[in-house]
Design a protein around this ligand. Structure first.
Ligand SMILES: Cc1cc2nc3c(=O)[nH]c(=O)nc-3n(C[C@H](O)[C@H](O)[C@H](O)COP(=O)(O)O)c2cc1C
Length: 213
């Protein structure tokens, strides 16, 4: 096996960046994919405010296709858990709040705001549903990353989940809408006692992941 990763024990603040150590730790170095949380409630306003912050991250053609469903009601929460892979259910149940990260396959309906003057493009996209799904998918993955970092910046802990039945969840939560689920997030305020994420695995480091040409 190639030794490419920096040991997670060596995840210490990096000098010379205009990011203070506390922020480096909160967003990256100490941020884990938690399953352990305090019971402190996460209000909708925090999620909405974080969305309003991270919406400014760039997307291709400014499509801004990310949508977020807060599974607040007992019914919505139960639907998320029922459609999760079996191995994910107990972990999701431990999260005080569940979010469904979704894409809007009709992002072009908002072009008057996101792409003023692009009526012709909107019409072309109207007639190209596969292209819209592909654009919405790549854009919402990108924005999903911004969302995770934004939630962590707001002091929350987040574990993402891809193991769930997206078609089943869409049927339960998004029937008759243009939203499709992409990823689940278990969200809450981090517990000092137990992050629940196990020992941290290493990462591919810059010596492998970055090339100067
Ligand atoms: C797109 C995506 C899908 C994931 N799917 C699952 C999942 O189905 N179940 C799970 O327990 N963790 C899942 N994870 C969590 C990853 O395993 C975890 O983020 C990674 O191992 C890094 O852990 P750390 O942040 O604690 O270092 C997923 C993460 C991402 C980003």
């Amino acid at each position: 096996m190639i030794e490419t990763t920096i040991s997670p024990d060596l995840a210490s603040p990096i000098d010379g960046l205009e990011i203070d150590d506390t922020t480096q730790r909160r967003l990256f170095l100490d941020a884990r994919s938690n399953t352990g949380f305090t019971q402190r409630e996460v209000p909708d306003t925090v999620i909405r405010d974080v969305f309003d912050l991270i919406k400014w991250g760039p997307t291709a053609n400014n499509t801004v296709p990310l949508r977020v469903a807060i599974a607040r009601s007992d019914e919505a929460r139960a639907a998320v858990i029922a459609n999760a892979a079996e191995g994910n259910r107990a972990k999701l149940e431990k999260a005080p709040l569940l979010l469904v990260v979704a894409r809007d396959n009709r992002f072009h309906d908002h072009f008057s705001v996101t792409a003023p003057g692009s009526e012709a493009t909107a019409q072309r996209l109207e007639d190209a549903p596969d292209r819209r799904v592909s654009m919405a998918t790549s854009g919402s993955w990108l924005q999903g990353g911004y969302l995770i970092v934004g939630l962590r910046a707001a002091g929350l802990a987040v574990r993402p989940y891809g193991g769930f039945d997206a078609a089943g969840l869409d049927q339960s939560l998004f029937e008759g809408t243009s939203w499709s689920s992409m990823m689940l997030l278990g969200v809450g305020y981090p517990s000092d006692a137990d992050h629940g994420a196990g020992p941290r695995k290493g990462r591919v480091a810059a010596d492998v992941g970055v090339k100067t040409l």
